[in-house]
Design a protein around this ligand. Structure first.
Ligand code: ME8
Length: 505
């Protein structure tokens, strides 16, 4: 059994979560569920990034203390994950004392090693993204994803010698092509690394911003929010000396959106390198969900879709399926109610739901709701069994690269093969012919067994609905992985008819 450590971004809790956050968390959760089903020992981390100017500003606008404000929103994120069937093992809050201690220790070590120095800084700062920006990044005077233009700042800051790590990061990316996926994001960073990346400002003067982890040797400064938040990936699992860190960190996979690619490559890789922490194993970078206005959904722009409302309208499993299937990981895509409904009706109601409903109805009508025992297999069944037998490994290979849309599509291809098999084997004709009783048993058993296999393969995506399907099929086990053919349903067990995915609209 291998260890796997999967993380979502540690979200800013300046508002409630929107669909973009759900997109990242559902991907991480589904990967965690697949790997766990396949026998790995998995830890899934999510959390709340509670410090910094963005949170301080939002709290001030709400007329609350930043601590109370962040705690309230951190809780709403936690509740949202429960409602969206995202089941993290760990939820880190950057205000947790144990985390603050790790940050302080790391800063002290780097300072003592001469990796941190004080200097005067002048530059343009984006509060929306919580980082200094360069002129090159601005479009019409601001970052495209921001509402407000950056502000000019001149102040003393502590700096971390990030530039010194540039050659090492470049070599790492060159030598480890799979480190950043999909490949276009690796190429983007490799290009950036051709020129100096500069040193990183890692503190803010308290007279401007008091909401942060104090710089251990200088009470006049607090830690820059990114330096703080990135360390939560390791503090959450007991860095530096706990066994959990030793076991899981070498298998760390960060799931992020492309908006925070630079921070997770330039900042994080140089920080870990300076601290003597091995680099993460993978960075899975998503594209952006776009709002109806064609712009990136964001809290700052206020064009987000409420994931909880969508889950209530369509069902949480339908929402999870649609998000994963509709917008391929790594690419941008628009998501709307009409798109969700179309996908739900076509894939879930017409293909999968209809297959299950028809099969269960036929077993009920022709075999008194008892699972029949198969008789002689023909090439039609052999093809289905061969397909079912190779599917789990093929699905897992895609999951490993976070190609979840393709993984789901493989299973749905199987579902369409089964629908074609129903049409070609015509059980309703067989039922009229008393000489075909054995053949009908074989066809019905094959369909039940294949549906059981489908339920196992899609359970990480739709845990509730696939568990329900297994119950309707009279299967003996809950979701399992790679059951040998014939071990899903047991002849003689009772099935129940039911509609899993009612058609809408
Ligand atoms: O950046 N489409 O937190 P954040 C797809 N606290 N994904 C989206 C999205 C969209 N429209 N909008 C947001 C932060 N996301 C930092 C992270 S990690 C140590 C610190 C997702 O609350 C996407 O994964 O702004 C993005 O990277 C993340 O939410 C940013 O969340």
């Amino acid at each position: 059994m291998a260890y796997r450590y999967i993380t979502t971004p540690i979200y800013y809790v300046n508002d409630r979560p929107h669909l973009g956050h759900a997109y990242a968390s559902i991907h991480a959760d589904v990967m965690a569920r697949y790997l766990r089903a396949a026998g790995h020992d998995v830890l899934l981390l999510t959390g709340a990034d509670e410090h910094g100017e963005k949170i301080a500003k939002a709290a001030q606008q709400a007329g609350e203390e930043p601590g109370a404000f962040a705690a309230r929103h951190a809780q709403s994120f936690q509740q949202a994950w429960a409602q969206l069937a995202v089941a993290p093992d760990l939820f880190i809050r950057t205000t947790a004392p144990a985390h603050a201690q790790v940050v302080a220790d790391c800063l002290t070590r780097l300072y003592q090693a001469g990796d941190i120095y004080l200097a005067e800084y002048e530059g343009l700062y984006s509060v929306g993204q919580e980082r200094y920006v360069t002129d090159k990044e601005l479009v019409d005077g601001k970052l495209p994803e921001d509402k407000d233009p950056p502000v000019l700042r001149r102040e003393p800051n502590y700096f971390f010698r990030m530039e010194a790590h540039r050659p090492w990061i470049r070599d790492l990316l060159r030598d480890t092509p799979e480190l950043i996926q999909p490949a276009q994001y690796r190429n983007e960073i490799l290009k950036l690394l051709e020129e100096p990346i500069g040193d990183l400002s890692i503190s803010r003067p308290v007279d401007r911003l008091a909401w942060g982890i104090p710089i251990p040797w200088d009470a006049g400064h607090v830690t820059y929010v990114w330096f703080d938040a990135l360390l939560s990936y390791v503090s959450a699992i007991g860095y530096p000396d706990q066994a959990t860190f030793g076991a899981y960190w070498p298998a760390a996979r960060h799931v992020i959106g492309k908006d925070i690619l630079r921070t997770h490559t330039l900042f994080w890789l140089s920080m870990t390198h300076a601290l003597g922490i091995p680099p993460y194993q993978r960075l899975h970078v998503s594209g952006h969900l776009l709002g109806a206005d064609g712009r990136k959904m964001s809290k700052s722009l206020g064009n987000g879709v409420d994931p909880l409302q969508a889950a209530e309208t369509y069902g949480v499993d339908t929402l999870r399926y649609t998000l994963l299937r509709e917008v391929s990981f790594g690419f941008d895509g628009v998501i709307s109610n009409a798109i969700i409904e179309q996908r739900m009706n076509r894939d879930l109601a017409d293909d999968l739901g209809n297959l299950a409903a028809r099969t269960l109805a036929m077993v009920t009508q022709y075999r008194g709701a008892r699972v029949p025992a198969p008789q002689t297999y023909t090439p039609a069944e052999d093809a289905i069994i061969a397909h079912a037998t190779t599917l789990p490994d093929r699905v897992l290979a895609l999951v490993d690269e976070m190609k979840l849309a393709q993984a789901i599509e493989l299973v749905m291809e199987f579902v369409r093969q089964l629908n074609a098999y129903v049409a070609s084997s015509a059980p309703w004709q067989l039922a009229k012919d008393s000489n075909a009783a054995g053949r009908l048993d074989t066809v019905l058993h094959t369909l039940l067994e294949a549906l059981c296999c489908t339920a196992h393969l899609l359970a990480p995506v739709m845990p509730g609905k696939m568990q329900q399907l297994l119950v309707l099929l009279g299967a003996d086990s809950g979701p399992a992985w790679h059951l040998p053919w014939g071990h899903g349903v047991t002849p003689g067990n009772v099935v129940t008819t039911g509609i899993l995915f009612p058609k809408q609209g």
